[in-house]
Design a protein around this ligand. Structure first.
Ligand code: FAD
Ligand code: NAP
Length: 339
């Protein structure tokens, strides 16, 4: 089928903050051919091309003067299975959580800690999504991307992706690569990662002593539903700031003043601070300014109550950044992709 391009489309349904900006042009790609057609259209119209998935990691502060291409390609397949190790491939437009559920239903472990993260498979490598001690890089088996510069397909192995904490090669070069499909190493009967947050405790409370991957997924879904606002109800993009990684010296100074600081030593000697703790301690939790604010249960999540704008939310984020810098000498970096 040929690509359908619509002019002047509201992006409100396509970003999880629900900001009502407009795209100059909008299309959805079901397959590689339509992705190529979108590239050709954008070139012919001299428009930039902006690729999106579920829009759950976007901060849109103005109308988008581009062809916005929403990845909507579908397909999940087993590439290899030796009875223990399995490689699964999914198309970029597959929704992340249903894909995770599909793997669990097949008895495959590896993605359970990443349950209930919104968005698409294709966007997952962009910021090396992570939760409860697991990141994409831990189960990554490769991906296929379209090089916008040459028009050629390129295969990426793990070591070529520059995966880092909420980062990757693809995030560093957002104008270059369109991720088409991603592969994952999963296992039957894998060792589960339970030593993070309240996961182990919740399992024990439910009397589960030898959990399956599905049990872990269920517990994590329940914790997330208690703590995080559902974007379908209250606009948000999950954690708005990255957890800052600071020197052990600075972490020590803050801890002297605030003994209950939530901080985790890193292997390189630096210390990761919980950004949510810093924001809460500074008094921002539950703060509301017009139609934007800081969530009342999770200070790391900024929200759009209904009719807020990306500009208003960005202004609030900057106030928080300035306050945290003044109080703790820590810079908070914004996590969502800003437009
Ligand atoms: P989008 O927001 O559509 O796009 C994100 C970026 O990727 C943009 O720069 C876009 O241009 C680019 N992009 C999208 N698809 C492609 C593609 N196929 N090829 C090239 N570039 C592409 N994140 C975590 O890491 N861990 C969490 O636990 C987590 N929890 C969240 C909870 C909530 C309630 C919400 C709202 C968000 C959460 N997030 C979390 C953030 C977000 O869900 C993830 O970053 C997710 O991977 C974004 O996927 P998306 O399809 O919505 O991407
Ligand atoms: P939490 O469990 O209350 O923990 C607070 C912070 O402490 C987290 O940011 C986490 O860092 C860190 N932490 C907790 N236990 C740790 C451990 N054993 N070792 C190292 N660091 C530890 O966090 P939460 O807000 O409820 O989120 C739970 C998980 O989901 C976290 O992994 C979080 O990153 C993820 N999440 C991400 C988003 C997003 O949009 N990016 C949104 C919601 C939840 P890390 O964040 O580095 O893991």
């Amino acid at each position: 089928m040929s690509l359908q391009v619509q002019p002047h489309v509201s992006l409100k349904p396509y970003n999880s903050f629900g900001f009502a900006v407009r795209a100059r042009a909008f299309a959805q790609a079901q397959d590689d051919g339509q992705v190529r057609a979108a590239l050709a259209y954008a070139q012919a119209q001299q428009l930039p091309l902006m690729v999106i998935g579920g829009g759950s990691n976007l901060l849109l502060t103005r109308d988008v003067e581009a062809l916005v291409l929403r990845m909507n390609s579908r397909g999940i397949r087993l590439l290899s299975d030796d009875g223990h190790q399995v490689v699964v491939e999914a198309e970029a437009g597959e929704s992340w959580h249903p894909f995770v559920q599909w793997t669990l239903e097949q008895g495959l472990a590896g993605l359970e800690n990443l349950s209930l993260i919104p968005g698409t498979v294709g966007a997952a490598p962009m910021q090396n999504i992570g939760a409860y001690g697991v990141e994409i890089k831990d189960v990554f088996a490769g991906l296929t991307a379209l090089d916008r510069h040459s028009g050629e397909l390129r295969e990426f192995a793990l070591e070529e992706c520059a995966f880092a904490y909420r980062g990757s090669l693809f995030k560093q070069h957002p104008e270059r690569w369109i991720i088409l499909r991603v592969r994952f190493h999963l296992q039957r009967g894998a060792v589960l990662k339970l030593n993070y947050g309240p996961v182990q405790q919740r399992l024990q409370e439910q009397g589960i002593s030898t959990p399956t991957a599905l049990d872990v997924s269920r517990v994590i879904c329940a914790i997330r539903q208690e703590k995080l606002p559902d974007p379908a109800v209250l606009g948000n993009a999950g954690s708005f700031f990255k957890n800052p990684v600071v020197s052990a010296e600075l972490a020590g100074q803050i801890k002297q003043q605030h003994p209950d600081l939530v901080a985790y030593a890193q292997t390189d000697g630096q210390v990761k601070l919980a950004a949510g703790w810093l924001i809460e301690r500074a008094g921002w939790k539950g703060f509301r300014d017009g139609d934007v604010g800081v969530h009342r249960l999770q200070a790391l999540v900024l929200v759009n109550y209904a009719n807020g704008t990306g500009q208003q939310l960005l202004a609030l984020a900057q106030r928080i950044q300035n306050d945290i810098a003044a109080r703790f000498a820590v810079h908070l970096e914004i996590e969502p992709n800003l437009y």
